[in-house]
Structures are given as structure tokens and as C-alpha cells.
Design a protein around this ligand. Structure first.
Ligand SMILES: [Zn+2]
Length: 321
């Protein structure tokens, strides 16, 4: 299929599944597959599963890739390709993931934290293509961040930079899974958001949300809130605007700190779309320093469902061959 096309294999390592993609230099996806992570069987098994995924991509493309990129949860030492204690992958400790994959395939392997990989993906193929510097935010179960400064990834001293989800927007606010309080993740992360929606719903029995979920709170998802907002439901609209506002306050702090006024927002919760982005931008403008205000830009990520595998592949084009 892609005999002469240069491509990279991207691995999106998750707790349940490992997504695999083969991406050409222009961003075209040549192959897409999924293997089970089998995390409960320990790191050796997971490494075997990753190799299985790489082999499937190579076979489907009928040619050797220029390299393999891996987006992994947890703190990653990108220089040495080491993954440390990723959440959702029990018993890992410190694993030399890059060398374990490289040994098998004789290919350059690049490992990066998944939020950083998403940022590199948007820079290479997506909404950050024309931006010198931007901050990528992934709104999902957690709130991930990656900082691109002057077309370079800002990793920090130990590879842990860009944790925008744990910037506090209220010193006495909601408790966050990280142990702190008032983190922006504790307002805009998927679980927290749906929990807040459920609480509010008790006081708004006439909300369209109630009709859509038929009284089943388990069915309350960001997608449902989005649908309700489209019908003009006041509670849904309020929840989306509020989410945008919390996000915007964190964006203002990040912009002030780094002198980066451009933000690319992806992940499931970003599906709220324009009302979310408008509210985030307005709140950021309200709180940012005066010179920063007119420069603020909040745009939607472009890679959507393939962000994980394309971002991982982009690591190869970014740093490798
Ligand atoms: Zn936190």
C-alpha cells in the first residue's frame, strides 16, 4: 500500500488498549489498529503487546518505518526513553521502554508523555502548524498539557512540565485527585464536570439533560450536556460557560507565566465547541496582564480521534530521521 511512502509508527499507550497508527510525513494515516494492553499481567506483557502492534503496522504497510514513537501516561524521561510509574499501568516502576522496543525492531524509538506527544502532534500536523509557540490542553478524564515554545517542546527538569490541569484556580476549592485543591482539573475534568452537573440537575428537574438521560445519572456525559445546550437548555449552557471560565483562568496564568498567548484545546470535553472556547477566551482576557490581552487565542485541536497515534508518530518526525 505504502511501499515508497516514508512513515512512522505511533503508539498510544493506554491502560486498557494500545492504539497503533502508521502516519506519513504529510500527516496521512496509512494504518490504524488496536491491541489490548493487558496491563494486569505486568510490564513485560505490555512491552510484548506494543511490539505486536508495531509488527502489525509494519506488515500492513509492507515497508520499514523510519522510527517508532510512543505516547505514554506518566512522567517520561525522553532522553533515555524511560517511563516512570504511569497511572493505570500497575507495577511499572521505571521501565526503559524505548530500548526494549528498539532492540526488537532495530529502529529509532522515541518515548514522550502523552500530553506532550499530543502537543508535538498538533505542531506537526494540526492546529499548531503555523504557531511558533502554543500550549496544548487535552480535556478528558484528566486535563493534560504540553508546552511548545519556539517550536521546541518544553519538558522541564524531569520531563514533567506542562501540567496545566493542576494549576489551582481556587486555593480553597474542590479537592483534586492529585492531593491539592482547586486544580482546574477538579472543575473541567470529565468526572468532576459530570458530578457537578448531576448535583445541579437536582435543582433543575425541567432541564433537557434530565429528559435526555431519562433519570439515569450514569448516562450523564459531556456529550449529553452538549446536546442539551444545543436545544437552548439553560443549565447545560451554564455548565459549558462555567467550564470555559475555569479553563480561561488557568490559561491566563499560563499565558502570563510563559508569554505564550496561543492555546490549542482538544479531548472529549472540547467537543463543547464554540461556547466553551468563547467563555475560556473571555475569562482569560479578563485575567491576563494588559499586554497579553489582545494576543490571546484559543483554538480547537485538529487531530481529534487520531491525536494519540499521530502525536506519537510526530515524535519521530520531530526528533528523528
Ligand atoms: Zn490537581
Amino acid at each position: 500500500m505504502a511501499k515508497k511512502t516514508k512513515y512512522a509508527v505511533g503508539i498510544d499507550l493506554g491502560g486498557d488498549t494500545i492504539k497503533v497508527g502508521a502516519t506519513a510525513k504529510d500527516g496521512r494515516l496509512l494504518f490504524k489498529g488496536v491491541v489490548e494492553t493487558r496491563a494486569e499481567e505486568g510490564p513485560s506483557r505490555v512491552v510484548k503487546q506494543i511490539r505486536k502492534g508495531v509488527a502489525a503496522a509494519v506488515e500492513a504497510c509492507g515497508a520499514k518505518p523510519i522510527g517508532v514513537g510512543v505516547g505514554s501516561p506518566g512522567v517520561v524521561n525522553a532522553e533515555e526513553g524511560i517511563v516512570e510509574n504511569p497511572p493505570n499501568l500497575p507495577g511499572w516502576g521505571r521501565i526503559r521502554l524505548a530500548s526494549k522496543i528498539a532492540k526488537k525492531f532495530d529502529l529509532p524509538v522515541f518515548v514522550e508523555n502523552d500530553a506532550n506527544a499530543a502537543a508535538v502532534g498538533e505542531m506537526t500536523f494540526g492546529a499548531g502548524k503555523e504557531l511558533d509557540s502554543f500550549i496544548m490542553i487535552t480535556l478528558g478524564t484528566g486535563v493534560g498539557g504540553g508546552v511548545i515554545m519556539n517550536r521546541r517542546l518544553l519538558r522541564g527538569e524531569h520531563g514533567g512540565a506542562g501540567e496545566i490541569g493542576h494549576m489551582s484556580v481556587d486555593y480553597d476549592g474542590e479537592p483534586c485527585k492529585c492531593g491539592s485543591r482547586g486544580c482546574v482539573e477538579a472543575y473541567v475534568g470529565r468526572e468532576y464536570l459530570t458530578k457537578r452537573a448531576a448535583t445541579r440537575l437536582a435543582d433543575a428537574p425541567d432541564s433537557t439533560i434530565n429528559r435526555l438521560i431519562d433519570g439515569d445519572l450514569e448516562a450523564l456525559t459531556p456529550k449529553v450536556i452538549c446536546e442539551a445546550a444545543k436545544t437552548g437548555d439553560p443549565l447545560a449552557k451554564e455548565l459549558i460557560e462555567e467550564t470555559g471560565r475555569f479553563l480561561g483562568y488557568a490559561l491566563a496564568s499560563a499565558a502570563n507565566l510563559l508569554d505564550i498567548p496561543a492555546f490549542v484545546v482538544g479531548g472529549g470535553v472540547a467537543g463543547f465547541g464554540k461556547p466553551l472556547f468563547d467563555a475560556a477566551k473571555a475569562a482569560a482576557k479578563e485575567r491576563a496582564l494588559i499586554p497579553m490581552k489582545p494576543r490571546l487565542r484559543v483554538r480547537a485541536a485538529k487531530l481529534k480521534n487520531d491525536a494519540g497515534v499521530k502525536g506519537a508518530a510526530a515524535l519521530v518526525f520531530f526528533r528523528g530521521a
